[in-house]
Design a protein around this ligand. Sequence first.
Ligand SMILES: CC(C)(COP(=O)(O)OP(=O)(O)OC[C@H]1O[C@@H](n2cnc3c(N)ncnc32)[C@H](O)[C@@H]1OP(=O)(O)O)[C@@H](O)C(=O)NCCC(=O)NCCS
Length: 304
Amino acid sequence: MRLRAPRDDEAEAVFEVILARDLADLGFADFTLEDLRDEWGRAGFELQADAVVCEDEGGSIVGYAVIRRTHALAVVAPSHEGKGIGALLLGWTQARERELGRERHRQGIASTDARAARLLLEAGYRREHSYTRLARELQAPAGAAETPRPPTGPDGVALRELAPELDAAAVYELDKRSFADAPDYEPMSFAAFNAEHIDVHDQATELSAVAEEDGRLVGFLLARRWQAERVGFVDVLAVRPDRQGAGIGTALLLGAFTRFAEAGLREAQLGVASTNPDATRLYERLGMSPRFRIDTYARAVTGE
Ligand SMILES: CC(C)(COP(=O)(O)OP(=O)(O)OC[C@H]1O[C@@H](n2cnc3c(N)ncnc32)[C@H](O)[C@@H]1OP(=O)(O)O)[C@@H](O)C(=O)NCCC(=O)NCCS
């Protein structure tokens, strides 16, 4: 077994390992080859330095790790577990996080991956937060003769489709303001926000919306379209802090569910942090229920 940097033309082999891991941990794929290509192509991402593959004696890729903006991800092919590959990858992620000047080592794993949890606990990590994927089936729209209702917000609040070029700067500012108090919030630049949320292959402008009041942005919902699975994914939802609790978030979500169904999608999904019980309650009230959970484990970076 040896670690080395991946080459650009190895995305498919790396994806196979991630896919096998998802199937073992979640029972279905939650990451696509296009997601991987987006990640490798992002400005500031250095494939040579920010990712690594583990190769077996025959030269096959059987493990992969990557350093993301807030945490590391390491995956071992289920067929190659128990051979020390996880520990090798963990050592590499820690060295790279130290090099990048991170204050905490942090890694995300599926809640069902007991082997990874044991490895992290033995390495001094402790469970920090969780992210639960919630899902809800969508009703097929009523007969074609019925004109769809335009989504409406509370009095004085108008909802309209996202116009990425026009809205991006205001959406970014509102995202910063609404998430600033979240315990896991890490500030990000406008360029990084765009790269992660707007310039992604599955961003769906026609399924995304903004809420405006007196001509100013008071909320937004960014959606992605996962056509193969017929899923609409709510990537980010935020309402300006001084306008929260007034029904704007509910209107944005219900509007998205309607648009998803009209686009032929059969399910809505979104992720919510364990640190956000209020939002979780709202989503559950709107019929969403847990599908799977990712736990983050963390420890301080020391001079080890
Ligand atoms: C979560 C959020 C989008 C909800 O939008 P909203 O317009 O405040 O929601 P609504 O007014 O339609 O619904 C209110 C419900 O949302 C929940 N809620 C979540 N955060 C809230 C907040 N800061 N203030 C008031 N209600 C909040 C409450 O459970 C409330 O339900 P209740 O009536 O039973 O108390 C919004 O509060 C927000 O932007 N929060 C910060 C960013 C965030 O957490 N985004 C979601 C990430 S998954």
